[in-house]
Design a protein around this ligand. Structure first.
Ligand code: MN
Length: 498
C-alpha cells in the first residue's frame, strides 16, 4: 500500500482572507518543494489550512482513518492559538513531525513591514504549538530550519522512514519455529505488552507445522533454487552435484522454499528458530534463514522474537538505501590493547545484505545441537559506519539500546571459521562501549545495520514511547549509569504524567 505524509498548516481567522490565502499558497509551495526533492522519499500531501478547533479535529480524525497516511507534518505559518489543537491532538493516533520553518529564509531588511510580520509568524507561532504538545506530554519530532535546507529535508526523510517503520510495526506478524532457548533470560519477554506497545503479533509453531510445508516442496523446485545458488554464490566443490555435501545444500533449499511459503500464507514478516527445537528437521535452517533475511524477512535465533521484529522494521525503514541489515551477535573479543575489537557473527545466520563480496556457500558440521552439517553462506561484512540495535524487556517497559560502531576488515584471515562475520570497533571504546551495553542489560543478540543511523531508532522509540539509550562517541560511563537510574525512576512515574 502506498504511504503518504500529510502536511497540515495551522492558522486562525484573525488574519483575514487575504493572509490565509497566502498561507495556503506558501504551504502548497513547500509541499511541492518537498515532493520535488530527491532527499525526501515519501510523498507529502497538502491539506487545507486549519483555522478552527473543528477543522483541526477533523483533519486528525481523517488521518487516523486513512490507511495510506503514515503521519503528519504540522507547521504554524502564522499564530494558531493552541487550545484549538487540544481535541485534535488528543484524538490523533498517527506520528507527527512539528516543522518549525519559515517560508522566507532571510529577513527582507529593506522591505519588511507589518503585513510581512502578520504573515510570517512561525518563530513565535511554532512556540505556541510546542507548548501545547509539551503540556500534553506528546512525543513528536521537532525539526527546525529553512525548508529548502538539505539538512532539514534529510531530517524529514529520516522521520518519514521511521513512520513507515512504525506502520510496519503495527500488526507485524512474527512466526516462532519452536520456543525460547531453554533457561535463556534476555530473549524472553512479555509478548502481550509487545503487541500493545509495538503492535507485534507473535505466534509459536511446532516444527511439524513447517514439516507439512517441507514435504510439499517438489524436487524440481529444489533443483531450480539450487541453480539460483550457483548463479548467486561461489559454491564450494563439495557442495556441488556429486559432492559429499550436495544433499545438505538441497535440504536447505527445501527449507527455504517451505519457510517462505509458510510466511507468505500466514502473512508473517519475521521469524525465529531454535536449535533446541528441531524435531523432524535434519539441519538447523542456516542458509535458508540467511536467504530469507536477504529477501527482507526479520530473523532472530534461539527464539529471539524481539530482534526478529526489529530487523524486519529496520529493513523496511531502509528500503532503497545503501547498506544492509542483519541479525548479529557479539561473538568474540580481540583484547589486544593496541587494536581492540569485537568479532560479530552467529552460528550461521548472518544476512548477506551486509556482505563485502560474493558469499561462499559451504557446509560444515555445527559441533552443537546434534543435527546434520548445515549449509551456510560465508563472507566478511562490508566496512564503514554501523550500529547495533537491541530491544530488551525491563519488566515495566521496553528499552531500546543503540551502540555505534566502526566496522573494519578483520585483522587477519579466518580460514578455519566457516561463518559470516563482521569485525568492529565499538564506540566510545571496546571497554566502555561493552560496559555501557552490559549495564544497560543489552542482549548478546542485536540487529546490525549499515543502512541507518541512531536518529531513526530514537524516533522509533519515541513513537512507541519506550526507553531509548545510545552508546556512542560521546558516552561517558559514569553519566550513562546515572541515566539508566534516572530512566528507571522516570518509567515508574511517566504513566501518571499523562
Ligand atoms: Mn545466539
Amino acid at each position: 500500500m502506498k504511504s503518504v505524509v500529510w502536511f497540515a498548516t495551522g492558522s486562525q481567522h484573525l488574519y483575514g482572507a487575504v493572509t490565509l490565502k497566502k498561507v495556503a499558497e506558501n504551504s502548497a509551495a513547500i509541499v511541492k518543494g518537498f515532493n520535488e526533492s530527491e532527499k525526501i522519499s515519501v510523498e507529502i500531501v497538502f491539506k487545507p489550512v486549519v483555522t478552527t478547533p473543528d477543522s483541526i479535529l477533523e483533519v486528525c480524525k481523517a488521518a487516523n482513518n486513512d490507511d495510506t497516511c503514515i503521519g503528519l507534518i504540522t507547521w504554524m505559518h502564522t499564530f494558531s492559538p493552541a487550545k484549538m489543537w487540544i481535541a485534535g491532538l488528543k484524538a490523533l493516533q498517527k506520528p507527527y513531525l512539528h516543522l518549525d520553518t519559515q517560508f522566507n529564509r532571510d529577513i527582507p531588511w529593506a522591505e519588511i513591514d507589518m503585513d510581512f510580520m502578520n504573515l510570517n509568524q512561525s518563530a513565535h507561532g511554532d512556540r505556541e504549538f510546542g507548548f501545547i504538545n509539551s503540556r500534553m506530554r506528546k512525543n513528536r519530532k521537532v525539526v527546525v530550519g529553512h525548508w529548502k535546507e538539505a539538512g532539514v529535508q534529510e531530517q524529514i526523510d529520516v522521520w518519514c522512514r521511521t513512520a513507515i517503520g512504525w506502520k510496519e510495526s503495527q500488526g507485524l506478524k512474527v512466526a516462532r519455529f519452536g520456543d525460547n532457548m531453554r533457561e535463556v533470560a534476555v530473549t524472553e519477554g512479555d509478548k502481550v505488552e509487545a503487541q500493545m506497545v509495538f503492535g507485534w503479533q507473535i505466534s509459536a509453531f511446532g516444527t511439524h507445522d513447517l514439516i507439512k510445508y517441507i514435504d510439499q516442496v517438489t524436487d524440481a523446485e529444489v533443483e531450480q533454487l539450487y541453480a539460483e545458488y550457483e548463479q548467486t554464490y561461489e559454491v564450494a566443490a563439495d557442495c556441488r552435484k556429486g559432492g559429499k555435501y550436495h544433499q545438505n545444500v538441497l535440504i536447505q533449499a527445501r527449507y527455504e522454499i517451505a519457510m517462505k511459503r509458510f510466511m507468505i500464507n500466514g502473512n508473517f514478516k519475521a521469524f525465529t528458530t531454535n536449535f533446541e527445537n528441531l524435531a523432524g528437521l535434519d539441519q538447523l535452517p542456516g542458509l535458508a534463514s540467511q536467504r530469507l533475511m536477504a529477501a527482507g524477512y526479520g530473523f532472530g535465533a534461539e527464539g529471539d522474537w524481539k530482534q526478529a521484529a526489529m530487523l524486519r522494521i529496520l529493513k523496511v525503514m531502509s528500503e532503497g538505501k545503501n547498506g544492509g541489515n542483519s541479525f548479529m551477535e557479539d561473538y568474540t573479543y580481540h583484547f589486544d590493547p593496541a587494536n581492540p575489537g569485537v568479532l560479530g557473527s552467529h552460528m550461521l545466520e548472518i544476512c548477506p545484505s551486509i556482505a563485502a563480496r560474493k558469499p561462499r556457500l559451504e557446509v560444515h558440521p555445527l559441533g552443537i545441537g546434534g543435527k546434520d552439517a548445515p549449509a551456510r553462506l560465508v563472507f566478511d561484512s562490508a566496512t564503514g559506519d554501523a550500529m547495533n540495535v537491541t530491544v530488551i524487556d525491563m519488566g515495566n517497559r521496553f528499552r531500546i539500546i543503540v551502540n555505534t560502531l566502526d566496522v573494519i576488515e578483520p585483522l587477519a584471515a579466518l580460514p578455519k571459521l566457516p561463518v559470516a562475520c563482521a569485525f568492529w570497533k565499538a564506540h566510545p571504546s571496546l571497554a566502555d562501549g561493552a560496559a555501557a551495553w552490559i549495564y544497560a542489560g543489552g542482549t548478546h543478540h542485536s540487529v546490525f545495520t549499515m543502512a541507518l543511523t541512531p536518529d531513526y531508532i530514537e524516533n522509533f522509540a519515541e513513537l512507541a514511547d519506550v526507553e531509548f539509550v545510545i552508546i556512542d562517541k560521546n558516552t561517558e560511563l559514569t553519566a550513562f549509569k546515572k541515566e539508566l537510574k534516572w530512566n528507571d525512576l522516570y518509567y515508574l512515574l511517566n504513566k501518571s504524567l499523562k
